[in-house]
Design a binder for this molecule. Structure first.
Ligand code: ADP
Ligand code: MG
Length: 369
């Protein structure tokens, strides 16, 4: 593993009531997003990579150099790891100007003072912040502070950039702008990037591939688009906004675990996942006559505004999420407890085996797949 040019990490960390066992690889220039619910171990993974928490087992190598290997007695301290960090709650030193904040990163990498300030100014210029070089963080907007933090992390030329929820503290409009800027800067960066995020859009826009962890274990990994198309746990399905079911398929009929039957146009047999987007569900007040192969009755369990659509939670067998317009909610008189019919065309339902490509059986919400 020592010859690997990018990051190769087999992370085993023990905390009081929690154990993390996650392996990650990133090619130079690659961006990997690490996703998972609260408490899954994302920050613990970053801290282990950064050298803030020692490994209990496993190994980390970066650009051919071993950083942590408890079996071999190797532990490179945080400051010597060639790793840049941008953490949501560790942005900038408030008493230092923007340029001194960036120079700090360079000084920590042992660049002489004068040279550090010169390089820091160049970085701020690159980030479009030359005019704010002498400003203190207190007068910077959230987006500007974020760019200074990124400049500070990138200036010393790290081989690995760690971003922990870098956009989480920004308001919605700034977030969009900073996200596309970040994408540009990451495209210019030839080291490895690991991005922790809660936001599927961040992952879609910024990352080439994803690793999803739940309870300290990897539950799904792959190219971003593949994971989004074919979720394997409820968490991933909710994240990408899909209805996901497990069941047993026989000739296009899927008997859903927990009740109900779905008909799909896909050919599939055996233990399968079935998915369709909430936008594929049409709601009716009375049993529909139309051509949809799947129609079933339920009750409205909840309503939630989602951008310009309403997401309706329906208690039924199987339970389902439907996205409809606000006008439809009014027309159908959808309120919590109201009876409703859901209809989905067979051609909208995709179906794939619960066995992953390695032939492992996938276990939703627990255990590595
Ligand atoms: P995430 O970033 O995915 O929300 P964390 O890595 O912060 O998850 O936490 C994972 C688990 O480790 C949680 O159960 C949390 O309570 C525990 N944990 C986090 N930090 C510490 C710590 N310093 N000491 C002991 N347990 C911790
Ligand atoms: Mg965290």
């Amino acid at each position: 593993m020592t010859g690997v040019p990018g990051l190769a990490a087999d992370l085993r960390v023990m905390r009081e009531d929690f154990s993390l066992e996650v392996d990650l690889g990133i090619e130079p220039g690659g961006v990997l997003a690490l996703l998972g619910p609260n408490g899954a171990g994302k920050s613990t993974a970053l801290q282990a990579l950064a050298g803030l928490v020692p490994l209990r087992g496993g190994r980390i190598t970066l650009a051919g150099r071993c950083l942590d290997d408890p079996g071999a007695g190797v532990f490179v301290p945080a400051a010597e790891r060639a790793i840049g960090m941008v953490f949501q709650d560790y942005l900038l030193f408030p008493h230092l100007s923007a340029v001194d904040n960036v120079a700090f990163g360079l000084r920590a990498a042992r660049v002489p003072r004068r040279q550090a300030r010169e390089q820091a100014r160049e970085w701020l210029e690159r980030m479009g912040l030359a005019a704010l070089a002498d400003a203190k963080p207190g007068v910077l907007s959230g987006g500007q502070a974020q760019r200074v933090a990124l400049a500070r992390a990138l200036a010393p030329g790290p081989r690995l950039l760690l971003l922990d929820e870098p956009l989480a503290a920004l308001d919605a409009s700034t977030k969009m702008e900073v996200r596309s800027e970040l994408r540009r800067h990451l495209a210019d960066f030839n080291g490895c990037t690991l991005l922790v995020t809660h936001d599927p859009l961040d992952a879609m826009v910024l990352a080439d591939s994803l690793v999803v962890i739940e309870d300290g274990r990897v539950v799904q990994r792959g190219r971003t688009a593949e994971v989004a198309r074919a979720p394997r746990t409820d968490y991933v399905a909710r994240l990408v906004g899909l209805n996901l079911y497990r069941g047993r398929a026989t000739g296009g009929r899927i008997a859903i675990e927990g009740g109900g039957v779905l008909v799909t146009a896909d050919s599939c047999e055996g233990e399968v996942f079935a998915v369709f987007p909430p936008s594929a569900v049409v709601l009716h007040r009375h049993r529909p006559d139309g051509s949809a192969r799947n129609t079933w009755q339920g009750r409205v369990a909840g309503l939630e505004q989602h951008a310009d659509t309403m997401r309706v939670q329906i208690e039924a067998a199987p339970a389902v999420l439907a996205d409809v317009t606000a006008a439809a909610v009014a027309d159908l008189d959808l309120t919590v407890g109201a009876p409703v019919w859901a209809a989905v065309k067979a051609t909208e339902i995709r179906c794939y085996s619960t066995l992953d490509s390695d032939g492992c059986r996938s276990a939703p919400a627990a255990g590595p797949v």
